[in-house]
Design a protein around this ligand. Structure first.
Ligand code: ATP
Ligand code: MG
Ligand code: MG
Ligand code: MG
Length: 566
């Protein structure tokens, strides 16, 4: 490809609102452009890198025996109602109506659709096991889309679903996907950990998250440096006695949509604790705040200093003001605060180790009960990471007894044993040898393909720009001609270009009539592994090579390059 004609609008300045390195670099290097919050276009170079990831995903999925297919993004609401998720998924599910008033969702995930297909098409145990996958655009109306491709509202996911007759069959399918994920992330050049995760409300058994290590990551992982143990923080904390954890803030409950309250307004401390089904004595400290004009109630255990900067980060708010700081005896003032405004648009931040809180929230989330469509979000943010570190360091021990270390991670993949939740609710069953029908046992396996692209950049950049791994780079060689007016340089460049292309290399040729400084800067920013510069020694058929990763530079004769590139 000749750069003169390439749509590659590089930016010198760092876009102000882009916090994450990958987001800044993808904008600066002209890989993506934002259309709307959490919604991006891929420009040619960005798409090439994305294709390279998809290629790896396809190869490893196919090698694991999974079959590719493609399902629609538009889902009739009936399917989501049948599984029960139309009500419980909450505001993250994008909903719309057709011209006849029929309700649809934009697919956030495809358990309902795939289970329906399997239900209609597979009836005998002889057809199992089967694992099906797709690489497809997903829609989630994230409360806080941010960090560019890391948390989008429209994003590319590889989602796979396994169907087995027996639990041991599921174990095998799960293991094979797990192994494929290890291969995929290794080939993508990511430094990652597979961590035990909490199967939570979905009620599965085994589940692992694949975490790319990066400070920008929104997840906290806990791992042992001396044995294999690794888990996400929720899982790790879930396995230690509750009394050992205090001062933990890890749940932000937001009511970004107006919330209907079906109960009388809470006006007393007693009502509040009843409403939350919390033993009032367990709340040691509570604080009412206002963040960007929105009321926030913080319930904490332990003596906790609120750090305003961190709080702002955790809440994603520009302005946070303290309304009151009270202890349990005075919690009435919090209730008094809630009372007048009802429970509309209130965010809770709560220490989830407060007994019963999580269950109370889940209970309150049932259709027609207390809060409608209140999003329960696990979002650690900077504030809680700090606390978890202080508190849990030394509190948590791994299986081998060693102290655990903490790291921030980006969830790039997730494997999950679903069991029969969807096959039961949607009626997907198979007959055994005796003609007896049993629900199919399922697993689901996601990879955030577009998030992987951003995660790769988070782990591979320096102050000059992106440093692509060989397996993902949009082009492997950047050929740069210093003076395009110089006939000797152009002729030699052309010769190198065509020979390399013929030998199967992907080459971007910077044939732009621009200042060398501009071209070198762009080249470092774009970050392909090898740069070959044709300059003043062109008449001697000597070029300069520079390796992007370690910066090493050396001169080579053209003959040397062309004979070594076959
Ligand atoms: P998160 O905890 O980051 O919100 P999730 O647990 O909701 O992710 P899953 O439902 O497990 O996500 O989806 C499978 C994969 O899709 C995730 O492991 C992640 O890599 C990717 N993914 C999920 N949400 C997004 C998003 N908003 N933008 C980009 N990728 C995403
Ligand atoms: Mg999510
Ligand atoms: Mg997650
Ligand atoms: Mg997940």
């Amino acid at each position: 490809m000749r750069q003169q004609r390439l749509l590659n609008p590089t930016l010198r300045d760092i876009p102000g609102d882009a916090e994450a390195a990958s987001h800044r670099l993808m904008l600066r290097a002209g890989l993506i452009r934002q259309l709307s919050s959490g919604i991006y276009s891929y420009l040619p170079l960005g798409l090439k890198a994305l294709h390279n990831i998809q290629q790896i995903v396809r190869e490893e999925m196919d090698a694991a025996g999974a079959q590719e297919m493609l399902m629609p993004a538009l889902h009739p609401s009936e399917l989501w109602k049948a599984s029960g998720r139309w009500d419980v998924y909450g505001p993250e599910l994008m909903r719309l109506e057709d011209r006849n008033g029929r309700e649809f969702a934009l697919g956030a995930t495809h358990e309902e659709v795939i289970t329906t297909i399997v239900k209609d098409e597979i009836h005998s145990y002889k057809k199992l096991p089967v694992t099906l996958y797709q690489i497809q655009t997903k829609y989630r109306d994230e409360r806080r889309p941010r960090f560019g491709l890391l948390r989008g509202r429209e994003f590319l996911m590889k989602d796979a679903y396994s169907f087995d007759r027996t639990e041991s069959g599921l174990d095998a399918s799960y293991q094979s996907m797990y192994n494929a994920y290890v291969n995929i992330f290794t080939r993508c050049g990511l430094e990652f950990r597979a961590v035990e995760a909490d199967s939570g409300a979905i009620g599965g058994t085994d589940t692992h998250e694949f975490m790319a290590l990066a400070d920008v990551g929104e997840d906290t992982i806990v791992h042992c440096t001396s044995c294999q143990y690794a888990a996400n923080i929720e899982k790790a904390i879930g396995t230690v006695p509750e009394h050992r954890i205090s001062m933990r803030v890890d749940t932000i409950l937001s009511a970004s949509q107006p919330v209907k309250v079906h109960t009388p307004q809470v006006t007393s401390i007693k009502q509040l604790s009843q409403f939350l089904q919390i033993d009032a004595n367990q709340i040691i400290k509570s604080v009412a705040l206002q963040a960007d004009g929105m009321p926030v109630i913080v319930l904490l255990r332990g003596d906790y200093e609120l750090n305003e900067v961190k709080l702002k980060q955790a809440l994603g708010a520009d302005e946070v003001s303290m309304l009151s700081e009270v202890d349990i005896e005075k919690l009435g003032s919090i209730a008094g605060f809630i009372g007048p405004i009802g429970l509309q648009n209130v965010r809770f931040i709560a220490d989830t180790s407060i007994k019963g809180l999580k269950d109370a929230i889940v209970g309150a989330n049932e259709p027609d009960f207390h809060l409608i469509q209140v999003e329960v979000e696990r979002d650690l943010g900077a504030i809680s990471f700090h606390d978890v570190r202080n508190v849990a360091q030394g509190d948590l021990c791994s299986n081998c007894g060693h102290e655990l270390s903490f790291a921030k991670g980006i969830e790039v993949g997730h494997v999950f044993k679903l069991g029969t939740k969807y096959s039961r609710s949607l009626g997907a069953s198979i007959s055994d040898e005796n003609g007896v029908f049993e629900p199919i046992i399922m697993g689901c396996y996601g990879i955030g393909v577009s998030r992987v692209l951003a995660a790769i950049i988070e782990q591979n950049y320096d102050e000059r720009g992106i440093v692509w791994p060989e397996s993902i780079t949009p082009f492997s060689i950047h050929l740069l001609t210093i003076h395009v007016q110089d006939e000797v340089q152009m002729k030699l460049s052309e010769e190198i270009y065509t020979t390399l292309i013929r030998a199967g290399y992907s080459v971007l040729w910077d044939d732009r009539d621009d200042r060398p400084g501009v071209k070198f800067n762009d080249s470092d920013l774009l970050g392909f592994p090898l740069r070959i510069t044709v300059g003043k020694k062109a008449s001697e058929r000597i070029v300069e090579c520079k390796e992007r990763r370690d910066g090493s530079q050396y001169e080579r004769s053209v003959e040397h390059i062309l004979t070594h590139c076959h």
